[in-house]
Design a protein around this ligand. Structure first.
Ligand code: SF4
Length: 187
């Protein structure tokens, strides 16, 4: 059996992706795998993801999480992913250790909000947003492993597309993912 036949016989995996407190740069990096996207589309189906219009994560093989946890909605979405995904992956610095959003952890949350929404010059009607529909902010931005169990961590800001492709092809083929050191960089 050649490799193409072997791929055709392999059951298709289901993948979900989401961004919590992130900038979507890690998702852009996934798009950076360029022509491999066609190969990926042959191997997997996408559940909840910016690539689909699915609103809730259903049962999946792999969940890719970008971004840290900064509010109650992030906690809810992250727990839904953990419940539904056999393998949960922290993708990028924000998911792995809080990343850039966690820079606010050095400040008291109330002072931070006042600085942004009340004391900033030029605001027409300074007021801290308090609509009940807005998700409640956490006092600190957390890496995702502080909220749920995480199976794999892919470092980088963002991880390069080649790193994500190597990682995913290992997982899809049933191998333990191994990233060469030169694929783990932060630029
Ligand atoms: Fe954006 Fe970097 Fe965070 Fe990814 S790790 S969401 S690229 S800031």
């Amino acid at each position: 059996m050649d490799a193409a036949e072997s791929d055709a016989r392999r059951p298709r995996l289901r993948i979900a992706t989401t961004s919590l407190a992130g900038c979507f740069g890690c998702h852009m990096s996934l798009l950076d795998i360029d022509e491999h996207l066609f190969e990926l589309a042959q191997l997997v189906d996408f559940d909840r993801s910016p690539l689909t219009d699915v609103k809730h994560c259903g049962p999946c093989d792999i969940g890719l999480i970008e971004g840290g946890v900064c509010n109650a909605e992030n906690v809810h979405v992250l727990r839904e992913f953990r419940r539904n995904c056999k393998i949960l992956v922290a993708v990028g610095a924000c998911a792995v250790n809080g990343g850039l959003p966690a820079q606010r952890n050095h400040l008291e949350l109330g002072a931070c909000l006042q600085q942004v929404y009340q004391f900033r010059e030029g605001l027409a009607a300074p007021q801290i947003p308090d609509d009940p529909e807005l998700p409640l902010l956490l006092d600190k931005v957390r890496p995702i492993h502080e909220v749920v169990r995480v199976d794999y961590f892919v470092p980088g800001c963002p991880p390069p597309g080649e790193a994500l492709w190597k990682f995913l092809t290992d997982l899809i083929a049933g191998r333990t993912p191994r990233l060469p050191y030169d694929l783990m960089h932060y630029d």
